[in-house]
Design a protein around this ligand. Structure first.
Ligand code: MLT
Length: 261
């Protein structure tokens, strides 16, 4: 079912009586990123995906986003759907939102799945690269920026062997609103560092990383996982930064083991 919650496009499938999972996509993607996970888990779980404001079909508005406002949106969604201790599953930017949500409202949550993400905030180099991206979008629109950014997200093997799928992902992202894309960049550049909170996380946590993830590499994710008491780290062979799209079967296997615990 497609719903509008506070101008956010929200998609729910599965029985509302089942335990719930909220899946939060990365940048620059939208809810489609989780199609293979939703297809598998909506038999036993109430699966909720949504388009983070600025991307996909959620209302962009004035484009003045912060990571805090993204967490406000998530909390509002959880309250609006009356979810009882949902499991959060976030990839990269979705992971930043999930980690900050855990820091802000862990008592409302039942579990955490972190895919290809990190707790560290942007360093100076990262901030400058976001600024360069915004300048490029202002000068020439989003298309080239998106093409270049997404090229770094996927493994070479995925790009070569699943060319059509890859091109359709890029083409979808090229249509995002420039103001929305820039708003997300600013929100990510201004996010806080959640590393200090990792040792306090007590909900069960699964940390998933594509073996070939260049943006949030396995050593960074393993060290984050080591700081979380109740956490398991898994590396996904041959996958890049968007492991749930590149290797849905393997990622789903790990999520299933985690959910069944
Ligand atoms: C993502 O996949 O969400 C991005 O790589 C996050 C980022 O740019 O920091």
């Amino acid at each position: 079912m497609n719903r509008n919650i506070n101008n956010l496009s929200v998609f729910t499938t599965g029985g509302k009586e089942n335990p719930s999972i909220v899946l939060i996509h990365g940048f620059p993607f939208d809810h489609f990123m989780w199609d293979e996970q939703v297809k598998k888990f909506n038999k036993n779980y109430y699966c909720i995906t949504y388009d983070v404001r600025g991307l996909g079909s959620s209302l962009v508005g004035d484009g003045q986003f912060t990571l805090e406002s993204f967490v406000d949106d998530l909390e509002n969604l959880i309250d609006n759907l009356i979810l009882d201790k949902p499991i959060l599953c976030g990839l990269s930017m979705g992971g930043y939102i999930s980690l900050r949500a855990v820091e802000r409202m862990e008592k409302k949550l039942g579990g955490l799945i972190l895919c290809d993400t990190k707790s560290l905030a942007d360093n100076d180099e990262g901030k400058i690269s976001r600024a360069r991206g915004i300048r490029q979008i202002n000068d020439e629109g989003t298309k080239k920026y998106i093409e270049h950014f997404i090229a770094n997200c996927f493994s070479e093997r995925f790009k070569q062997t699943r060319k059509r799928e890859y091109e359709s992902i890029v083409n979808r992202a090229k249509k995002y609103n420039a103001l929305g894309v820039k708003g997300c960049l600013l929100a990510m550049a201004g996010r806080t560092d959640t590393t200090n909170y990792l040792q306090n996380i007590s909900i069960p946590t699964l940390v998933i990383c594509g073996e070939e993830d260049k943006l949030t590499p396995p050593d960074v994710m393993k060290s984050m996982s080591d700081k979380i008491k109740n956490s398991k780290f898994v590396s996904i062979d041959g996958a890049g930064h968007i492991s749930p799209v590149e290797a849905p079967k393997r990622v789903n296997e790990e999520i299933e083991i985690f959910l069944n615990q």
